[in-house]
Design a protein around this ligand. Structure first.
Ligand code: ZN
Ligand code: ZN
Length: 328
């Protein structure tokens, strides 16, 4: 028995024997009623739930409730990973502990440099490059992947991935701090690193959204990318409970004091996330208005000549299903 028939909720709720991964939108009364219902089950009684303001309408088109073998997409699946074995996961740090730990990062580039005790501290952004582009913790390097499923920190050798920050680190003496939006990707990825022998792993409990809510924005640059129609939110959306809804618009323009166009690297006033017009690429990237025109909405010159090309989308619209373009 679920409470959904009485609640105005849309989103995606995935669950299996490893846990639940839920993102949804709705009036706060209904959103909270679902949380209350979930917490009545003792397996979920201490679940951490984060709320952020909506845009006066649903952030998701419909409700999808699914039993999924993998709660997050990762190459090779995650059902074999020891997610339910706490010692195999990283140590979760409360936002205040995380804030303190960030002081151990000695180099502003997020590179390890040994402290007096011979220990080093590395900050890993376990998200996608396009998420880093709109906002990140100060000192975190841009992830080289555009899909979490391909995250590979610490999995390859120097020849394969010379820029991997975990290459050649002392697995005993290095503190590895990892963060993602809500914490689930780190919970998964930390078990992979644990299996590879990394001893000192720390995650940010509740992810960035919980941190912004508890500790504010002083260690954070820019906006927080979100996987729904809002695309990114200013940090104030989390840190200020009485935030003015007017600041949340569909695809809030990004903070251009640091963000750059993925294609031409320029810092201009109008940068927006868009999917590559080449259906078979579909890369999500941050782009300036000029590059949109020059590359017909594509991410690179190769995609411009691809067979399944969709028209350029202007403004804040998202692409529809492929048959809409194929049939016209
Ligand atoms: Zn550009
Ligand atoms: Zn492309």
């Amino acid at each position: 028995m679920t409470p959904f028939q009485d609640l105005n909720i849309r989103g995606r709720i995935y669950l299996n024997e490893q846990g639940i991964n839920a993102q949804y939108s709705g009036p706060s009364k209904d959103a909270l009623a679902y949380v209350e219902w979930l917490k009545e089950d003792e397996r979920f009684s201490d679940i951490l739930v984060q709320m952020s303001p909506a845009i006066g309408r649903h952030a998701f088109p419909k409700l999808k409730l699914q039993n999924k073998p993998s709660l997050v997409q990762y190459e090779g699946g995650i059902s074999h990973l020891p997610l339910l074995d706490p010692p195999m996961r990283a140590k979760p740090l409360e936002p205040s502990e995380w804030k303190n730990k960030l002081k151990d990062l000695t180099d502003a580039d997020g590179e390890a440099s040994p402290s007096d005790s011979g220990r080093t501290c590395i900050l890993l952004d376990v998200r996608n490059g396009y998420e880093w582009d709109v906002g990140h913790f100060r000192g975190a390097r841009r992830p080289e992947v555009d899909c979490f499923r391909n995250t590979s920190f610490g999995l390859s050798d120097e020849k394969e991935a010379p820029s991997d920050p975990l290459i050649n680190v002392d697995k005993e003496k290095t503190d590895i701090l990892m963060y993602c939006t809500g914490g689930i990707r780190c919970d998964v990825y930390s078990t992979i690193l644990r299996q590879r022998g990394f001893k000192n792993l720390y995650t940010l409990k509740g992810g960035v959204s919980h941190y912004l809510e508890e500790e504010g924005t002083s260690d954070w640059v820019g906006n927080l990318f979100v996987f729904d129609s809002r695309l990114s939110l200013p940090p104030a959306a989390y840190s200020n409970n009485t935030v003015d809804e007017a600041i949340i618009t569909p695809q809030t323009p990004v903070d251009t004091s640091f963000a750059r166009c993925y294609i031409c690297d320029s810092q201009v006033h109008e940068l927006r996330h868009r999917n590559c017009a080449n259906l078979d690429c579909n890369l999500l990237f941050l782009c300036c208005a000029e590059c949109v025109v020059n590359l017909k909405g594509c991410c690179c010159s190769d995609c411009v000549t691809a067979p399944r090309l969709r028209p350029v989308l202007h403004g804040i619209k998202r692409y529809e299903k492929w048959h809409v373009y194929r049939d016209s």
